[in-house]
Design a binder for this molecule. Structure first.
Ligand SMILES: Cc1cc2nc3c(=O)[nH]c(=O)nc-3n(C[C@H](O)[C@H](O)[C@H](O)COP(=O)(O)OP(=O)(O)OC[C@H]3O[C@@H](n4cnc5c(N)ncnc54)[C@H](O)[C@@H]3O)c2cc1C
Length: 291
């Protein structure tokens, strides 16, 4: 069935009004941003809601990329295309542009948003892997303007489930910037624009002696949620970057992930990809950190 069940439609004009509508309408209401995940699910009748609250008029309030000395702030309604095209963002966090180049197609990128991607909590979502890699925080606003900030680990409660509660809206993503950093993203897909078979992001920070001060790897499509791998960070810290270290990090990635066999590939193949992509992204992130 390619037609959604009937629903009422509201257009929010401010964030607080959207929150007020969510509060009033309860769990029978859902926000719609780009609609590229929600509407296909409603058309397939995998999800049914009595009310959709359209937040696209909030783009002036929630659509931005702000790069400061020590932090990047991105509004939840920032579209894939804006992330792809932001030179300022690519200069400090090239991982975003690399990920956006392999997300879907221009039609989806023109409308789909960062907030929608994160809130969909699909285990294969590329921007979730990027934000996990970068140790991002999520700003969630609720009734009365109350705000709370949660880590990516706290944000994901399970597949397709987040910490955003009834009457709340994700407003902003905050990413810390540290000196000496580099980042990269790689994805294997069955055809251009498809969801990941596996994808990996890496971020590396080098100290004044060229040793790894810190490193993070985030993987998508290998478990119930996109996942960071703290054991890789622990194994890399304090060491000189090099092929042996990338190999070791890849092995940890393969051992730590929990892929399922499905139409995109076997669990063994996905573990192999997790290993290979971890090594590749770390190598490129280090090259960028050095330059
Ligand atoms: C053909 C196709 C191919 C795709 N390929 C890829 C791909 O390769 N990689 C990839 O990562 N993604 C892919 N996507 C998904 C795409 O990135 C979507 O844009 C994204 O998943 C959802 O963003 P959206 O703004 O459209 O969210 P919507 O569909 O509008 O919303 C998704 C969910 O998030 C909630 N929500 C939205 N915004 C907020 C907010 N600010 N606060 C609280 N809740 C909110 C909604 O209520 C809904 O539950 C693909 C989609 C399509 C249709």
């Amino acid at each position: 069935m390619q037609v959604p069940a009937p629903f009422e439609y509201e257009r929010a004009t401010t964030v607080d009004q959207a929150i007020g509508l969510l509060e009033r309408l309860g769990s029978s209401a859902r926000l719609v941003a780009g609609g590229h995940s929600l509407l296909p699910m409603m058309k397939l009748r995998l999800a049914n809601f009595d009310y959709l609250i359209d937040i696209n008029d909030l783009h002036a309030e929630l659509g931005y990329v702000r790069v400061a000395q020590d932090e990047v702030r991105i509004g939840a309604l920032t579209r894939h295309r804006e992330l792809l095209e932001s030179d300022e963002l690519a200069a400090v966090l090239p991982i975003f542009r690399e990920a956006e180049r392999v997300i879907a197609d221009p039609v989806v990128r023109n409308r789909g948003t960062l907030g929608g991607s994160l809130c969909q909590a699909d285990p294969s979502e590329d921007l979730s892997a990027v934000c996990t890699t970068l140790d991002a925080s999520c700003v969630i606003r609720g009734p009365g303007g109350a705000e709370r900030v949660v880590t990516m680990e706290e944000f994901y409660v399970g597949p397709y489930e987040t910490a955003v509660g009834d009457g709340e809206i994700l407003t902003e993503i905050r990413i810390p910037l540290r000196a000496g950093g580099g980042s990269a993203y790689e994805k294997v897909e069955r055809r251009a624009g498809d969801w990941a078979v596996v994808s990996a992001g890496a971020a590396v920070w080098l100290d004044g002696d060229g040793l790894i001060a810190d490193a993070r790897v985030g993987l998508a499509a290998v478990g119930p949620n996109t996942t960071g791998i703290p054991a890789i960070s622990a194994a890399l810290r304090g060491h000189e970057p090099g092929e042996e270290l990338y190999e070791r990090a890849g092995e940890i990635a393969a051992q730590s992930c929990r892929p399922a066999t499905d139409q995109r590939g076997s669990a063994d193949y996905k573990r192999h990809l997790a290993k290979e992509l971890t090594g590749r992204t770390l190598r490129r992130a280090v090259e960028r950190a050095r330059s």
